[in-house]
Design a protein around this ligand. Structure first.
Ligand SMILES: [Zn+2]
Length: 113
């Protein structure tokens, strides 16, 4: 499945969590039949590396956290590499700046998250 298709589906599934009513309170019927006042939130998402690269829109041969060069993955570096700056990727995505995105293995998709 194409990465953009995954994000289109995620956007459709998660969209109700972003509406104004969900940001406050939501009455839901509980398994015991009682109505509970709930505040639905997406708290965490367990995923392996391949699923994470799809969710983050990053090439599978890249680190999700930092900009380690692909050929250096798995090697110990005392100083480490700079962490990824997602705000920069968002700006490059908005400008369709493909060279800036490609340099860090970031796919030019409309990310649902
Ligand atoms: Zn890393």
């Amino acid at each position: 499945m194409q990465v953009q298709t995954v994000h289109d589906i995620l956007e459709h599934i998660l969209k109700p969590l972003s509406n104004a009513q969900c940001q406050q309170e939501y009455e839901m019927v509980c398994a015991d039949g009682n109505v509970r006042l709930c505040f639905p939130k997406l708290f965490c998402w367990l995923a392996n590396h391949m699923e994470n690269t799809t969710l983050h829109g990053i090439a599978s041969n890249c680190c999700l956290a930092c900009i380690t060069p692909t050929e250096k993955l798995g090697e110990h570096v005392e100083t480490g590499y700079p962490i990824r700056r997602h705000a920069d990727y968002r700006a490059a995505n908005m400008e369709s700046n493909m060279s800036s995105l490609n340099v860090h293995g970031v796919k030019n998709i409309r990310n649902a998250l």
